[in-house]
Each structure stands twice: as C-alpha cells, then as structure tokens.
Design a protein around this ligand. Structure first.
Ligand code: PFF
Length: 447
C-alpha cells in the first residue's frame, strides 16, 4: 500500500483542524445568526452547546479516523466490514463536494471585495454577484488556490499553509477589534453582543445555535475522521479537540467584537441577515476614514479563513479516492477540484445572472430561499451535516461501541480517563437525541 500522509506535529494538526473549523461560518454566518437571534442570549447558548455537544461529538469522529487510519468510507468499512454503514462515509464525501461548490462561490465574492474595497467604492452587492463572468472567474480562482495547497499533501501543503494563515488571521482580527471599538457609539453594540437577556432564549434560538455549532466546527461529514486519520497514536486527541473548539469559538466571538460595535456606531440594525457582511459592512467602511484599507483587510481575512476551510472540504473526497482507488494524490486533486468547480457554476449563476437558477425553488420556500446557492446550502450545509452527524453518532455509540471509541481517545491522553464514563453516556444517548431534534427542526416541525 502506498504511504498515507501524516501531520508532522500536534500543533500542525490543531492548526489545520482549526483552519477547517474557522471559516465563513465564524465570520460571516455566526454574527448574522446571532444578530437575528437576540445577540448575547444566542452567544451564551451557543457556547454551552459547543462544549456539551460539539466537543464530545468531535472526539467521536476523531476516534474513528485515528483508529482506522482511513478516509470516512474506508474507516467505516474497516470497523464494520460489508455493512450498509459505509453509505454514511459516501454521504460525507458527497457532502464535502456539495459544500465546497457553493462555499467556493461565496469565498470568491470575498476575494472580489478585497479589490472592490481598495478601489474606494465597493458599489452595489446585487450588481456584483449577478455578473456571470466575474463570479465564475472568482470561483475558478478560489478552487485553483485550494487545489494548489491540497496538491502539496498533508504536512507539506495543508499543515504548512495553516501554520502561516491561521496566525495571520488572528493578528488581522485583533487589529480590527481595536479599530471597531474605538469608534464613537460602539459601546451600544458591545452591550447588545455581550449582555444576555435571558427572556430572549426560546426553542428556535436553541436550535439555531445547534445548527451553527455543527457547521462551524466542521462536524457531520467525516472531516474530523479524515483529519483524525493523520494523527499518530501517541497524540492526545482530547486536548487537541479542546484547542480546536476553543480557537473556533474564539474567532467567532472575535468576529462579533468587530461587527456589532461597528454596526451600532453606524446606527445600523443587527438583524439584516445573510447580507450583513457584504452589504452593511462595505457601506460602513466606505464612509470611514481609512475605510478602504481597513475594509480591504477585513475581506482579506475572510478569504484566508475561507481558504483553510475549502482546503479541508476538498481533502475529504481527495482522501477517499487516494485511499480507496490507489490513485496518486497529485492526479486526484485536479480531477476532484474540477468537479467541484463545475458543480459550483449553477450556484455562481443563481444570484441574478440566470433567471432559472435564481428562482430554482425545488425545495419549498419554508425551508430555503429559492436561488440555487441557498438550496445547495440547505441540502448540504444544513440537512446532510445533521443527517451525517446523527448516523455517525449512532455508528460510534452503538455499532462500533462507545467504549471502544473511548478506549481509542484514552490512548495518548492522560486526562481523558476521568471523563470516560460520562463521554460514553453522552455519545450513546444525549448526542443522538439532540441531533435528531435539530433534524426535525430543519423541516420546520417545531414552527
Ligand atoms: N467550518 C466551516 C466554517 O465554519 O466556515 C465550514 C465547513 C468546513 C463545514 C468543512 C464542514 C466541513 F467539513
């Protein structure tokens, strides 16, 4: 068998997995979901869910990967040979491609905005995203860079670049937090963001927080199985997962510390939804002194965050083909990237460029906006992740056996032993039930 990749160090693994987790989900999605769901109350619930559900579930995926040293399909096959459970692995591979296709489109817009902000006049968002040539070229550009990095392999590509990009992201964000919080009137934004009003917490806030936690932590499609498969047996999965969850939450919290103070300083509403980052912020930057540079930096940072996520989205299908079909990584990367690009084209054209794709509407309005991109985001970013997470948690808890998974996590960890029993209970009962509730919520059962 040809050699698989391996992380060269524990910190390399932590940064690469954090890079996957930290992305558009933290900086674009988290603030607008928080803004729509009551601000600080949402933030509080989100953090509780991340610790009680996100962290233990992540450990389960990592355990499968390290135990089997395979991609999601191969790993499940190794643990439970010739069973239909393998289908869950295929679902993960497909979900990776599906998310990459529409995520790459949004990531392409962020690259476009680096230059639009620099020009001093960001112009109209709707006009920009309905320009077919620009959005397709930007999508192609983003997928190309992603493929170039994944082409370099596990330690030489993904790990090396994560070590450069993640600290850069952190420093850029720190600078923007200071900038935003020195604007007059920013204090009100801080209050909205950090002082919870418990009366705002209801069922829908809870479920919005659950869905956001899974997407943000890259859970439910076997990404953590894949990244876990490159971890050596002597590494401590427990503390690594703790750092990944900590960094991911920190960056989401930091994004809010930029956006809400800046919004309130400019007397804008936090409840505008998905266009928050692309419409409200550029307008705001355009009216600030030095806004061209600050705005351009902000979108550079968003592109960097998106890039470390698209790398991981591409790596899941690539690892599958490399492991199972024994084709060399160098060939596979370009083929899979090209498929993702082709799959992304209808999403790119669905924001006004093509009327049919803009009003696609296969999935009812109740669940998703009608444009093709939103529909892909619902199918792969919400539904598939929740379904994958439900099936994987049952697989870990009941088919493989939570005690065997826990034994895998314990290997290399000095501290996990104390949580062994609690984790087994969470994995078997608590987590599948909670995920089942998220899934029902996706279909509006609780509306
Ligand atoms: N976690 C990424 C984000 O927050 O932007 C998105 C993502 C990446 C989801 C990789 C799932 C995944 F496997």
């Amino acid at each position: 068998m040809q050699a698989r990749g391996e992380w060269s160090s524990k910190i390399g693994f932590i940064l690469a997995a954090s890079g996957s987790a930290i992305g558009l989900g933290n900086i674009w999605r988290f603030p607008y979901i928080a803004g729509k769901n009551g601000g600080a109350a949402f933030v509080l619930i989100y953090l509780i869910i991340v610790v009680l559900i996100g962290l233990p579930y992540m450990l389960g995926e990592l355990a499968i990967g390290r135990a089997a040293q395979r991609n999601p399909v191969g790993a499940i096959e190794a643990i439970r040979p010739r069973s239909p459970w393998k289908g869950v692995g295929y679902l993960g591979v497909l979900t990776g491609l599906g998310i990459l296709s529409f995520y790459g489109v949004i990531a392409g817009w962020t690259v476009g905005y680096i230059f639009k902000m620099l020009s001093g006049n960001p112009g109209d968002f709707a006009t920009f995203i309905s320009d077919p040539v620009k959005v397709i070229l930007l999508l192609a550009f983003f997928i190309l860079i992603t493929a170039g990095i994944v082409y370099g392999g596990v330690s030489g590509g993904i790990e090396r670049w994560s070590k450069i990009l993640m600290p850069l992201l952190f420093v850029l964000m720190l600078g923007l937090i200071i900038y935003a919080n020195t604007l007059p009137g920013s204090g009100e934004g801080l209050k909205f963001y950090l002082m919870p009003d418990i009366s705002k917490i209801d069922g829908s806030v809870l479920l919005a927080a659950l869905g956001q936690a899974f997407f943000s932590l890259s859970l439910g499609m076997g990404l953590m199985i894949t990244y876990g498969s490159y971890v050596t047996k002597s590494d401590d999965l427990f503390s690594s997962a703790g750092y990944i969850v900590l960094f991911d939450s920190l960056i989401a919290l930091m994004a809010g510390l930029i956006i809400f103070p800046a919004l309130f300083a400019n007397h804008q509403s936090p409840e505008v939804g998905a266009k928050l980052v692309f419409v409200v912020l550029p307008e705001m930057f355009a009216h600030m002194s030095g806004g061209a540079v600050v705005g351009s930096l902000f979108f550079l940072l968003l592109s960097v965050a998106a890039l470390t996520s698209t790398i991981s989205l591409l790596e899941v299908p690539v690892a599958f083909v490399v492991d199972e079909k024994k084709i060399s990584r160098k060939k596979v990367v370009w083929i899979v990237a090209f498929v993702a690009f082709l799959l992304g084209i209808p999403s790119a054209l669905s924001q006004g460029a093509n009327p049919f794709l803009t009003h696609f509407g296969l999935i009812p309005q109740r669940l998703s906006d009608p444009d093709f991109l939103s529909q892909m985001s619902f199918v792969f970013g919400d539904f598939s992740l929740a379904l994958g997470a439900l099936l994987l948690s049952i697989f870990i808890g009941w088919v493989w056996g939570a005690d065997k998974a826990a034994a895998e996590i314990k290997q290399g960890s000095k501290t996990f032993g104390a949580f062994f029993k609690a984790w087994v209970f969470m994995m078997r009962y608590f987590i599948p039930v909670v995920i089942f509730i998220i899934l029902l919520n996706l279909f509006g059962i609780f509306d």
